[in-house]
Write a protein that binds this ligand. Structure first.
Ligand code: ATP
Length: 198
């Protein structure tokens, strides 16, 4: 369950800012341009969104606080999403799971799970099938309802599979099949060599 979100130097959130999401419904209100959508952008970003456009920017470095009349620009943007894991729903042996993404102006970037450096793939594996991912349906933005209604049967099935937690096993199966195919190629090559030598 989503417990909190911490931002620092991310878009309009220059200072470290924490949002707590207690049980029930959380509503974010504020005037136009005050940064409400930036919170959703941060969730997508920390979960691995690779598309600047989907974060409403031109370049990935656009997520870094660019400074204002009174403050200098930030050198890095950071977002941490905090999941409650007392029920062990996520495959991490800790009661809370912190997923952090950081990007520096130099272009360097990193992902952390509970403060340990990991690959983007590890973040994807962690959240796949939880229904939280960037391709999942926990973030319903403008236009998405239309796309869901107009989806063909195959795409609609993918929506249910993600919600039911099947998609993570499907991805694992594809990976295993690819590995098997590689082993098969190696075996064939080995057979050829044995024939040549023998
Ligand atoms: P609306 O109700 O109009 O959709 P909103 O509350 O959702 O508004 P956002 O779109 O989240 O607002 O916030 C946009 C604001 O974030 C703008 O004021 C923009 O200048 C600011 N912003 C975006 N990227 C950066 C950045 N890199 N550095 C500083 N400010 C930024």
């Amino acid at each position: 369950m989503l417990k909190a979100l911490e931002l620092a130097g991310f878009k309009s959130f220059a200072d470290r800012t924490r949002f707590d999401f207690p049980d029930g419904i959380t509503v974010v209100v504020g005037p136009n341009g005050s940064g409400k959508s930036n919170i959703v952008d941060a969730i997508k970003w920390v979960l691995g969104s690779q598309s600047a456009k989907s974060l409403r920017g031109k370049d990935m470095s656009d997520v870094i606080f660019k400074g204002s009349q009174t403050r200098a620009a930030a050198n890095a943007a950071e977002a941490t999403i905090i999941f409650e894991n007392a029920d062990g729903n996520l495959p991490v042996d800790a009661p809370e799971v912190h997923v952090t993404r950081r990007v520096y102006r130099s272009g360097e970037s990193e992902y952390l799970i509970n403060n340990q450096a990991v690959r983007l793939k590890d973040v994807r594996d962690l959240i796949r099938g939880t229904g939280i991912g960037i391709d999942a349906y926990s973030l319903i933005e403008q236009g998405k309802v239309d796309r869901m209604l107009q989806a063909n049967a195959k795409d609609r099935r993918a929506i249910f599979e993600e919600a039911a937690g099947i998609s993570r096993f499907k991805a694992k199966k594809v990976e295993a099949e690819r590995r098997l195919a590689r082993v098969q190629t190696n075996l064939t090559r080995l057979g050829d060599i044995v024939d040549e030598v023998g």
